[in-house]
Design a protein. Structure first.
Length: 67
């Protein structure tokens, strides 16, 4: 009777460890998604700034037509 109870406790501990690891992975995925979103926003702002900075130069060259 000792061995089946030992294996049952061992299986429960294994499932508990997997549950804790799953929660940690979920939290890290959420943190990574937030970081990717912030990076996308920063890239969009940099692209807008670059476009605004390049517009006068392109207008001087005559390649951009003003609406």
């Amino acid at each position: 009777m000792l061995w089946p109870m030992f294996f049952l406790v061992l299986a429960f501990c294994g499932i508990a460890v997997l549950g804790v690891l799953a929660v940690r992975v979920g939290l890290e995925v959420r943190r990574l998604a937030r970081a990717v979103g912030d990076g996308c926003e920063r890239l969009a702002l940099a692209a807008d700034e670059l476009e605004r900075a390049a517009a006068p130069l392109a207008a001087r060259v005559g390649r951009v037509t003003e609406p």
